[in-house]
Design a protein around this ligand. Sequence first.
Ligand code: NAD
Length: 365
Amino acid sequence: MVTEVVKIKDLKKLAPVFGQLSFENHEQIVFCNDKDTGLKAIISIHNTVLGPALGGTRMWNYSTEWHALNDVLRLSRGMTYKSAITGLNLGGGKAVIIGDAKTQKNPELMLRFGEFVHSLGGRYITAADVGMVTGDMDLIRTVTPYVTGISEEKGGAGNPSPITAYGVFMGMKAASKFKFGSDDLEDKVVYVEGIGNVGEALVEHLCNEGAKIYISDIDQDRLEEVRDKYSATIYDGNNLHAEEMDIYSPCALGATINDVTIDQLKAKVIAGAANNQLADEEKHGLLLREKGIVYAPDFLINAGGIISVYAELENYGKQEIIRKTENIFNTTLEILSNAETNEISTHQAALDIAQAKIDIRKREN
Ligand code: NAD
């Protein structure tokens, strides 16, 4: 997890905001505080060259405010590249609310947060991320139009997580085709780390395909629920990353590919939903390449959710959502081949294409 891996002294040693480790020319960072509701949130707008900054809100019990700031900076930057590589006219933004979603979330807090989103006049459009659900978006919608991921009953595209999972499944198939010569996942040993909204939907696809699925989560009830619904095995060891497997699918929080795990990883393919899987994009991207592990870049294959919520802004329907999401298979194959030809990491190959799209638009504007 980001919060565990990044050392607090590293976060503090530079200037508070513009000198942060994860600061990369973000356009605007808004600190939201409300005494009455106890709201403490940060909205980060990384880049708006391609359009308004769209990205989910994460509610998480960060150990320090530095970790929250670091997370939102990294996540919002990731959104810029995700939308760019997916071909959407959106910039990158993200928000974090500091607090425990299970015990501290309430309607007043959500509405106050919605008012802060509204105050940005559409430069930032929110959606759900970890700790938030479709019902929260419906509530926020009552105070601002700058919110997506609204329920179908209220005219939105609904919970984006199943679409995200489908896109991850497409990316996983593409990476498998690249590594194993076939996109058939039957009998492949797949470890899914984090079986929340996306992880569970991914397990369903894997189960239908006949993969040998191992699941892990910090929530024991969820583990039992998902195990009972699908033919999955609960991983009961204490170091998942060191297990023999074909595919590792990080679907919890970021930075699980880091200085500690990278030496242990035995997976042949990495394809998951979590944002910011590489603790250090450059270094760990290259190390994966050296180890011959095919890494399907996170921001490329987890774009199903943003494709789904973008439909609410552009008024396209389910069919187009599915078509765009299935295209993740082709884009992933293209990026993996590109990386091999140019002898660069797959993450870098994806970043380069996304950045080129932003640069072209900037020149046109
Ligand atoms: P979620 O909150 O529904 O699920 C996350 C799950 O991870 C929970 O079950 C939690 O208990 C588990 N978890 C937390 N820490 C863990 C750990 N150390 N080990 C194992 N499990 C752990 O979130 P989600 O919507 O399923 O999203 C999962 C990831 O995918 C997040 O990183 C999110 O940012 C990313 N993502 C989600 C979407 C989407 O549409 N929901 C889109 C793009 C990216």
